[in-house]
Design a binder for this molecule. Sequence first.
Ligand code: CA
Length: 234
Amino acid sequence: MRLLVIEDDPLIARSLEHALQPLGNTVDMFCTYAEAQAALAHDRFDLILLDLGLPDGEGLDLLASLRDRGDTTPVLILTARDGVDDRVSGLDLGADDYLAKPFSLAELEARVRALLRRSQQRSDNRLRFSTLSFDPTSGTATLDDTPLALPRRELLLLEGLLLHAGSIAPRETLERRLFGFDDVGSNALEVYVSRLRKRLQNSGLKIRTFRGLGYRLEEDREPGRAEGPEDETA
Ligand code: CA
């Protein structure tokens, strides 16, 4: 999952990052209204954790402008323990849930999982396609019920493909998922796609390239045929 955390308190921000990243998540962190607004203007996330009191603006305004644009990304607001008015305003403005500070990390993780499930209309935590399954909670993948041990970025790639299973996972979305806002070379994503392809060899699944657009996880109807970025056009 790709999460956006907007929080200006460095201690809280760090604990959020530590809690969320091991779950197989890419966590982008911003501590100002302006930075968060810029990130949201040209990017999509699976979930936003939003602190309401930011040094250069109100989290509630950010939420309002998000919903005004018709953006339905789930938002979990972080409020002060006594901030009843903030919680009510936040929920009225379209926040999906709130957590009062200080919060327990276990509760945070459970609420994040629940919001992601709900937004993806899943009844449990797993993402599935054919014989492939990924559990974002534990960060484990299985193929034909056999554990698939993958390094972190291959797991993120697999998750990104599974989130778009049946359709094309946009190249840019996958790059952001794997590398965040880091500058990476133009073929960095291909390196991970080709590694994951090798692992899926003879599995009945393949990753199809749509040049200039992205990649799609598909059932492989012609196993044994060479896979590579050169074999597709779109
Ligand atoms: Ca704050």
